[in-house]
Design a protein around this ligand. Structure first.
Ligand code: R5P
Length: 294
């Protein structure tokens, strides 16, 4: 027990220093509770309000896709460069070292494989298990315009309700059907619906024309999904443009783990996201890192 006698009188009230507020760099998140904000800042760097999420959850419907055949061999060495890992609970338990102390965003919806109708998803993780795994957010796919649109929205809202109870952020992932137009009009609709229905933040694809209207009309942070593998300079340019146009970072998978040097790629994407490194300089940086590790 602390001694109760000879107590020094308190006198350092720092009257000239206003109490600091948290960094106001996560839009639409000011009214969230402390626990939820703390989890969000395991995903988004407090200094920049941005994140590089390494997405490796593809196996939940695609099986062992290229680059993810052996997550322990190819992905675990990249973890030190990511701000956050997005994956399934099966991968967390079996292959992610428990010493990994950055955010994990847990894939929490699933059901159909690539052989079936992809929008036919259900919630695939109990919130209690997400908490047991100490994750920083759960992610749910939302299929606006898809065959099972309403069910996917209910998956989102149910996770939001349970997430609010426990301080768990919910990432709404906009999933686009094969035959749908991937344009700003669609993504404004899809991201806004996710945000209005309670998603803490939203993942969506980049579009060349009007992406800034997508970020502007979505009242919560947006992270850009990488999409299929494209040339490295194009992926770097896309990441650069996305953050310049209001994205709070990227959730990138194939353009990192299918790059010819994934470690160099994720380090370069991190500099683009957090330091606004321009694409031409980023490509030089990538080539330099590649040479250094040969
Ligand atoms: C889709 O399977 C997942 O939501 C991925 O996490 C997302 O598509 C990001 O990965 P990629 O950059 O490979 O598209």
């Amino acid at each position: 027990m602390a001694d109760a006698d000879a107590i020094k009188e308190a006198r350092n009230y720092y009257l000239d220093i206003p109490q600091q507020s948290e960094p106001p760099n996560l839009k639409g998140c000011n009214s969230l509770g402390w626990g939820m904000k703390n989890r969000l800042y395991n995903i988004f760097r407090p200094e920049t309000g941005r994140t590089v999420m390494l997405a490796v959850d593809h196996g939940y419907f695609m099986g062992p896709t290229t680059g993810l055949e052996r997550i322990d061999v190819t992905i675990v060495p990249l973890l030190k460069y990511a701000d956050t890992l997005m994956c399934t609970r099966g991968v967390v338990r079996s292959m992610v070292p428990p010493g990994f102390n950055k955010g994990v965003v847990l894939r929490a919806s699933g059901g159909p494989s690539i052989l079936k109708e992809l929008s036919d998803e259900e919630i695939a993780v109990d919130m209690e298990d997400a908490i047991r795994l100490n994750v920083s957010a759960v992610a749910v796919q939302v299929f606006i315009g898809g065959e099972y649109e309403t069910r996917s929205i209910h998956n989102l809202t149910r996770l939001v309700d349970i997430g609010n109870r426990y301080g768990m952020p919910v990432l709404g992932v906009t999933a686009v059907g094969k035959d749908m137009a991937r344009d700003a009009k669609y993504f404004r609709l899809a991201t806004r619906i996710c945000a209005e229905l309670g998603a803490t933040y939203v993942k969506t694809y980049y579009v060349d024309d009007g992406f800034e209207t997508v970020t502007s009309s979505c009242p919560v942070p947006i992270v850009m999904a990488g999409g299929k593998k494209i040339p490295v300079i194009d992926a770097m340019t896309m990441a650069y443009n996305a953050v310049q146009q209001g994205a709070s970072g990227v959730d990138m998978g194939r353009n990192i783990f299918q790059a010819d040097d994934p470690a160099a790629m994720i380090q370069t994407v991190s500099r683009i996201v957090h330091e606004n490194m321009k694409p031409a300089e980023a490509l030089d940086h990538y080539e330099t890192l590649k040479r250094e590790t040969r």
